[in-house]
Design a protein around this ligand. Structure first.
Ligand code: FAD
Ligand code: EPU
Length: 335
């Protein structure tokens, strides 16, 4: 049922106020087809999942289409497991559905907020794993032609925090379900960050996928603010990728620069380090601020408006550019 003048404050993890002119909850994929067939799609429209990667800077004068399609199924073929989940399933619930059954692959991405339907959009990733390694296919509704289409892994053109759904097909498809290809013979990956350290602390020498999911969840809770108490959307910016030449010049000037080699000619720079060097970490500016344990996370101190968070992000990006000659690109979708 189409509703009018709905508050989006409970539907975005920044917890900023915004009103949607129209709002529609979708619990079954056939509702999308019916909507298209009856009146054509309302325009403009915005597909919303958990609202954990959006920043509303103003009211939304269109129709918010809130995806709440549920259901998880799997089938096993040899040592491969194909798990299909509705676009509105909570990502972390899917992770634990898999962990509880011994299906390996998603455990390093435990506790990432948001929905299954959004997971391919920016090719979510954390703690040494990326969705693209486990994504098999997704089913999506084409708002332009009114039909369902299946995308395989290659067609999604995944790369770091990017996919075809953010570029060529931005705002065109609504992802209604995703199928992941997991394994019963999965090789556990504990190489990133503090995972090994935390396993050692717990006296775990042969970790299971459950141990990895638990440890990753623990590290995340320590480092990142919980959106239910402090509004945020995780990393506000992407980690920038720069040329080897620029990297080497910076490294000479800033010996403690935090960087990772991507390939022979490119390096990824820790944006959190860049922002910290500009003096923003843990700082508060009225109702907005920069998280004390992670400078890449901008926070709502309680009563922030979206535009104030956006303005802080502009100031930070300018400051990083002035000091390092690096342009930060936002990860969060600005509306
Ligand atoms: P939304 O915020 O609702 O939407 C995000 C974008 O996807 C929008 O452009 C929206 O239009 C589109 N979209 C949503 N659903 C669909 C759909 N069904 N079909 C088509 N388009 C859709 N991300 C990481 O990758 N790694 C992390 O470690 C990580 N940590 C985070 C920690 C915190 C505390 C928070 C708050 C966020 C974090 N994020 C992280 C970002 C966020 O969790 C992911 O981007 C997540 O996939 C967003 O899911 P969502 O359902 O909330 O999407
Ligand atoms: N660092 C600092 N200061 C800071 C933050 C980070 O110096 O305030 C440096 C440290 O050296 C640290 C390094 O940066 O070791 C990396 O930090 P971290 O492990 O926290 O990872 P990140 O690069 O800041 C990325 C993702 C996160 C993901 C983590 C863990 C991006 C934009 N962010 O953060 O994803 O959870 O790695 O894998 O790639 C998100 O996308 O919303 C998100 C939270």
């Amino acid at each position: 049922m189409l509703e009018s003048n709905i508050s989006l404050k409970p539907f975005n993890t920044f917890g900023v106020p915004a009103i949607a002119s129209n709002y529609l909850k979708i619990t079954q994929e056939h509702q999308l087809q019916e909507l298209f067939d009856s009146h054509g799609f309302p325009a403009p429209n915005l597909t919303l999942g958990g609202g954990s990667n959006v920043l509303f800077t103003k009211n939304y004068s269109g129709c918010v289409i809130h995806i709440q399609i549920k259901g998880i199924q799997h089938f096993i073929e040899g040592s491969n497991i194909y798990v299909t989940a509705g676009g509105g399933e909570i990502w972390n619930d899917l992770v634990w559905y898999c962990v509880d059954r011994g299906f390996g692959g998603l455990e390093n991405m435990a506790l990432i907020p948001g929905t299954v339907g959004a997971s391919p959009v920016q090719n979510i990733g954390a703690y040494g794993a990326e969705l693209m390694s486990y994504f098999h296919s997704c089913r999506a509704f084409d708002k332009q032609n009114g039909e369902f289409v299946t995308f395989n892994n290659q067609q999604c053109k995944f790369s770091y925090r990017d996919s075809i759904f953010k570029t060529t097909y931005k705002d065109r498809f609504i992802i209604t379900s995703v199928t992941y290809k997991l394994s019963l013979n999965h090789q556990i990956n504990t190489s990133y960050g503090a995972i090994n350290q935390e396993l050692q602390k717990r006296g775990v020498s042969s970790p299971t996928i459950q141990d990895v999911a638990e440890v990753v969840s623990h590290i995340r809770v320590e480092k990142l603010p919980d959106p239910s108490t402090v509004g945020n959307a995780g990393s506000f910016f992407k980690n920038p990728i720069i040329s080897r030449e620029q990297h080497d010049q910076l490294k000479e000037k800033f010996q403690d620069l935090v960087s990772y080699q991507v390939d022979a000619s490119q390096f990824k720079i820790a944006a959190g380090w860049l922002i910290e060097q500009c003096g923003y970490k843990g700082k508060t500016f009225g109702q907005v601020g920069v998280w004390k344990n992670q400078a890449l996370v901008l926070v709502n101190q309680g009563q922030a408006k979206g535009i104030e968070i956006y303005q802080l992000s502009e100031e930070i990006a300018q400051s990083v550019y002035n000091k390092f000659n690096i342009t930060l690109e936002r990860e969060v979708n600005i509306l």
